[in-house]
Design a protein around this ligand. Structure first.
Ligand code: 13P
Length: 253
């Protein structure tokens, strides 16, 4: 059974003290994660170890990095390798967030290298895809997202792709307060699943978690997550509030 996942993406927010306070507040709130559910916290690099130590040993809870480089080590000033992350017990990484594609020029080709490097090291990539507003307005989001998947994931073997978590995040819904309707989310999630099934198999497609991201909050999480092909969410702004994110965790199906 594929996992239902509430993933927080803190982006470039919070001081160390604020991060610690947020996590202290959150762990004190009532939530229950069943066997098939996970909570993942993608926090800024400097806080990975602190947050990992705070959550260490909690069932179905993981800490993720928001990015990594695709080389093992070497003269790459400012970059962080998968091996470094693993050495501090970090086994999940967001790959290809739209902000990295847009502001740091990450291409589908570079993201394929990053995905490879994660999988070679048994680190789970949370691979982001999703279209800008102009593409949605021209109703070509399916071919746009298909190209992202084809060029960054579809070179993988079935054994590899089954280990990837996909996050569909329409750029026009990120940080805008404008959420995709649950029907829009379901439509494109089903498209993504069918696209994977056509390349691999229905069995493989049914094992892959596909998260929705873009203005998910406590008030809309349950409705969006209830869609059959939506397996939870990747949450930005609302994940910076303990009560909000706790409600989102409790909205997983
Ligand atoms: P918001 O939830 O703030 O719209 O951000 C979504 C996102 O980009 C998560 O990665």
């Amino acid at each position: 059974m594929r996992k239902q996942i509430a993933a927080a993406n803190w982006k470039m927010n919070l001081t160390a003290q604020q991060a610690e306070n947020l996590m202290n507040e959150l762990v004190a709130l009532p939530h229950q994660l069943y066997e098939h559910q996970q909570a993942i916290f993608a926090v800024p690099f400097p806080y990975l170890q602190m947050i990992e130590q705070k959550l260490h040993g909690k069932q179905n809870v993981f800490v993720a990095a928001q990015n990594c480089y695709y080389k093992k080590n070497g003269a790459f000033t400012g970059e962080v390798s998968v091996e470094m992350l693993q050495s501090i017990n970090i086994n999940h990484v967001i790959i290809g967030h739209s902000e990295r594609r847009e502001y740091f020029n990450e291409t589908n080709e570079v993201l394929a290298l990053k995905v490879n490097h994660c999988l070679e090291n048994n680190v789970t990539p949370i691979f982001c895809c999703g279209e800008p507003l102009a593409v949605r307005e021209s109703n070509t989001q399916e071919s746009f997202v298909a190209k992202q998947l084809d060029e960054s994931l579809f070179h993988l073997s079935a054994e590899q792709i089954i280990k990837v978590v996909i996050a569909y995040e329409p750029i026009w819904a990120i940080g805008t307060g404008k959420t995709a309707t649950s029907e829009q989310a379901q439509d494109i999630h089903l498209f993504i699943r069918n696209h994977i099934a056509a390349k691999y198999s229905e069995r493989i497609a049914n094992e892959i978690s596909i998260l929705y991201g873009g203005s998910v909050k406590a008030a809309n999480a349950k409705e969006i997550f209830s869609q059959p092909d939506v397996d939870g969410g990747l949450v930005g702004g609302a994940a910076l509030n303990a009560q909000e994110f706790n409600t989102i965790i409790n909205s997983l199906k």
